[in-house]
Write a protein that binds this ligand. Structure first.
Ligand SMILES: [Zn+2]
Length: 239
């Protein structure tokens, strides 16, 4: 039996499929190389990542009983062992590609600027001229503000599937361990350490908690700092 282990979709179901094959194995997009290296590091064994085009993805999704926009990625297991590649959706690959190419990453897309504001007051007949500094936000280009969720989700999908590639079929594990690799994946795509950490924090605090009610199989109460799913307990860092 071949089982598809999927990441972050609305319908959190295991699904089974056979004969999942790729039409264009000869084509390797640049993001596939980088994502493959990231997955190899996380899985701790040589693996690859495949980015499908929209038509091929629609076919793969239909084989698993999903709509193409529902399915973000999957790893096929055969006889309890993962195959050597993960499939990522075109949307996930586009997000990863855009993120890698952008000189300004998500939390750096809004620049704060200190602007001097002069204030004139009259106190006891004297006009006092004072200055204060006001911080204003100024968007820089390209700005990821409107794509922050999609970017975080794409990075998490890559990390999540990489945990499956390591051999762990449990969704709650893949989601929790993957989240702890999210910042690594972001940095490998050119992000700074602090920004990558911010994205991981965003995922851990804003997205992950929703799993508890929306897709319980992808959530664990042990997925917390110093919990049993903390890969580095006691280091004071999370995720
Ligand atoms: Zn999964």
């Amino acid at each position: 039996m071949r089982t598809l282990l999927i990441a972050g979709i609305a319908a959190m179901l295991f699904c089974c499929a056979t004969g999942v094959a790729r039409a264009d194995v000869a084509v390797t997009a640049p993001i596939e190389s980088v994502a493959g290296a990231i997955a190899t590091a996380i899985a701790d064994r040589p693996v690859s990542v495949r980015c499908e085009n929209d038509d091929a993805w629609a076919t793969l999704a239909a084989a698993g009983g999903f709509g193409p926009s529902q399915l973000l990625g999957f790893v096929s297991f055969s006889d309890g062992a993962p195959l050597d590649y993960a499939e990522l959706s075109p949307d996930v690959c586009r997000s990863l590609t855009g993120f890698a190419a952008a000189p300004a990453k998500p939390t750096k897309c809004v620049h704060t600027q200190r602007r001097v504001r002069t204030v004139v007051r009259t106190v006891r007949g004297k006009k006092l001229r004072t200055t204060t500094y006001v911080t204003i936000a100024r968007p820089a280009e390209p700005c990821f503000a409107d794509r922050y969720f999609a970017t975080a989700e794409a990075l998490q999908t890559l990390a999540h599937e990489s945990i499956h590639l390591k051999g762990d079929p449990v969704e709650a594990d893949a989601e929790c361990f993957g989240m702890q690799w999210l910042a690594y994946a972001a940095q490998q795509l050119g992000d700074s350490a602090d920004d990558a950490h911010s994205i991981a924090q965003y995922y851990a605090t804003q997205v992950y908690p929703q799993r508890q009610t929306q897709s319980p199989a992808y959530w664990s109460g042990d997925c917390r700092q110093n919990g049993s799913l903390d890969l580095t307990p006691g280091d004071g860092a999370w995720p």
